[in-house]
Write a protein that binds this ligand. Sequence first.
Ligand code: DP6
Length: 364
Amino acid sequence: MSKPNVNVKSDSKITSTYCCSWRAPSNIALIKYWGKWGRQLPMNPSLSFSLKHSCIEFDTCIETPADFTTTNPKLKSLLVDGKEIAKFSARIEKFLASTGDLLPELAGKEISIISRASFPHSTGIASSAASMAALALSLCSFQRTEDDLEFFRRASLIARLASGSACRSVYGGAVLWGRCEDDACIDEESSDEYAIPLSSEKYLAPLFRNMKDAILIVDSTPKKVSSSAGHQMMIDHPYREARVVLAHENLHKILLALKSGDAKVVAEIVEMEALGLHGLMMSSMPSYLLVRPNTIHIIERVRELRERESLPIFFTLDAGPNVHLLYPQELTSKIKAFVAEELLRFCEGGEWIDDEVGSGPLRL
Ligand code: DP6
């Protein structure tokens, strides 16, 4: 990890500038985080794979003004793929204003960010997990004093406060967020405050160590109900209690199945979680629907192929209509042919992203 790069700038009102660049990945959850309480704490534990190609890069400069009175850092400028986007700036401003207590070294600092996405914007793929992980890593890099374990743990905690699922994006591979009182499955201390990485060697059978993700873009228009609004609706949801119990049970079963290589159980749980998430949306008050008819067509084709050829493949969904088709790398040519022949007709403009599980963020 490189040393902080501190320059004295000619601007007399700024005494020093620290700059760093990070690339952070999106992640796809197998066990879904849905519902939160307190200061961005999850209602249930969740488990995800971080992706390799769907990433966001942040170039961040942190300036120290000669005199300042505020205790929080503040946003000076934000360019998202060359543009100023008011809603993104507002989100980061709000986050910075609320995290001063956890980032005392940034009191009064002025932060300028240039962000770039590595995937096409037209896809409607949510980038907040990757963006907020890149932001947290950048902020925590200033005056870094901790060892790697502490640094990433702190970055995960800070990322969580910006966007829950972002806390999983500070690691690669399989990542667990949320207290999991399950000694049978997890040796590490898990927490609601931050995510922890699950090593492939220990937690994944060889079949699941090199997973690919075909992201099938069904509809790229911005969704009508945000995830934050969806989490809110879980507060009084009629199935709230049952959801928490089910998430713990599903986590227990999937951890055992990922370890033993039981693809049938993994597929059952992942797909039940995906459809269950959308079931919770449909049974929220007010009820809403994010899947589209083409989402269902793709799901049916994936299930048919799995049954016909007994393949270890399965789908999942984010809080939107697009489908993630997860499969082991050995099946790449077969699945690419399947996507081209049977699924692209259901994708908007024939668009899909050929992604895979990645090794986590990178300081550039
Ligand atoms: C459906 O992390 O986007 O993708 O904490 O309000 O920023 P906020 O929500 P967010 O919720 C993501 C929910 C999900 C499931 C998951 O990623 O676990």
